[in-house]
Write a protein that binds this ligand. Structure first.
Ligand code: ADP
Ligand code: DP6
Ligand code: CO
Length: 361
């Protein structure tokens, strides 16, 4: 290190969008390496909207690794954070900042500590895949700070060990997470199926039904499901492989009717597994069910799907309109059937705990 005065600090900031699965990952075959029981496919959201921003800093004056999430200090002691930190640290390279007179050698990284400050501009732990954006950003920002030279595939395998869905957030557009066969997880990585320009007619609308933290985390929910559901292995082995192949074709050929039918039925299938868990898990609520009813009715009336819906492990709806015109109609319908609470600050979904949509009955 050129300057041992302990006064310097080096930092870098990264932003990573969330991704929403249209063929869901649900169930692990290895809990610690986070290896899934089926392939999954997702769409990465526009980085300007739902995303995590993470700043990582290193300084000889830091005496331990520390992390803040949404302005509150959280513990980094969980295996998931530790594993990601270890994997990135072990790949750190020399970093030089001539202007500041700083040189960090490969060896120095073993003894330097980091501070990590992360912020989600959307509800955390509410079923909008905060763990995906959060852990992908954690790994990406650290890799940048430490000058890690691995490709995105390798970084996705590291992010996967932080949260499974995170491996898909390192790419834009449509992304597939191959479950892989190897016991060490080396082939359980994400690949980009199509970039963000491939199907840019699609418009994604997020209806925040509740920004409250869910009662059952995705990790606990899928563990209980694997332990108790009689249907989950059947879905993973017999149903998902065809759904994945069909979804890949729908994306490749911009086939919206097939895309919508597959996304909606996969979402419903995943929530059926949650009901088949003992005790049952209810991620959706009455408002979520009413949104499904509205979209189903609309799609039937049009004779072919205009909007696809999908719900992750939470009550919030992710609605995918086939184009901008349909998206405008969708917004009108949502505001008519589910008007916001009169006292809702429309920005409150970012920070608040209020339910944005009120069921108009
Ligand atoms: P979600 O549906 O939002 O992904 P999960 O239950 O899968 O909910 O994960 C939520 C957990 O992910 C949080 O409790 C936290 O531990 C972690 N997480 C969320 N955002 C971040 C972030 N920006 N940085 C690090 N960890 C995060
Ligand atoms: C319903 O990736 O949050 O969003 O791997 O235990 O961290 P862990 O779970 P997580 O699970 C996501 C489940 C899902 C579907 C999906 O994103 O594919
Ligand atoms: Co998650």
């Amino acid at each position: 290190m050129a300057d041992q005065s302990k006064r310097w600090i080096l930092m870098t900031t990264a932003q990573t969008p969330t991704n929403i699965a249209v063929i869901k990952y649900w169930g692990k075959r290895d809990e610690s390496l986070i290896l899934p029981i089926n392939d999954s496919i997702s769409v990465t959201l526009d980085p300007d909207h739902l995303c995590t921003t993470t700043t990582v800093a290193v300084s000889p004056s830091f005496d331990r690794d520390r992390m803040w999430l949404n302005k509150k200090e959280i513990s980094l002691s969980s295996d998931r954070y530790q594993r990601c930190l270890r994997e990135i640290r072990s790949r750190a390279n020399e970093v030089e900042d001539e202007k500041k007179g700083i040189k960090i050698t490969k060896k120095d990284w073993e003894n330097l500590h980091v501070h990590i400050d992360s912020y989600n501009n959307f509800p955390t732990a509410a079923g909008l895949a905060s763990s995906a954006a959060g852990l992908a950003c954690f790994v990406f920002a650290l890799a940048r700070l430490m000058n890690v030279k691995e490709d995105l595939g390798k970084l996705s395998a590291i992010a996967r060990q932080g949260s499974g869905s995170a491996c898909r957030s390192l790419y834009g557009g449509f992304v597939k997470w191959n479950m892989g066969k190897n016991d060490d997880g080396s082939d359980s990585i994400a690949v980009q199926l199509a970039d963000e320009k491939h199907w840019d007619d699609l418009v994604i609308v997020i209806a925040v039904v509740s920004s409250q933290q869910k009662e059952t985390s995705s990790t606990a929910g899928m563990r209980e499901c694997v332990e108790t559901s009689k249907l989950i292995q059947y879905r993973a082995k017999e149903v998902v492989p065809k759904q994945v192949a069909d979804m890949e074709a729908a994306i490749k050929y911009h086939d919206f009717p097939s895309f919508a039918r597959l996304a909606c039925s996969d979402s419903n299938q995943f929530h059926a597994l949650c009901l088949d868990t003992s005790p049952p898990i209810f991620y959706m609520n009455d408002t979520s069910h009413r949104i499904i009813g509205c979209i189903e009715k609309w799609n039937r009336a049009e004779g072919s799907p205009q909007v696809a819906y999908t719900f992750d492990a939470g009550p919030n709806a992710v609605l995918i309109a086939r184009n901008r015109k349909v998206a405008a109609l969708l917004l009108q319908r949502l505001l008519f059937h589910f008007p916001p609470h009169p006292d809702t600050d429309l920005d409150s979904y970012v920070t608040g705990d209020k339910s944005i949509l009120q069921d108009a009955g």
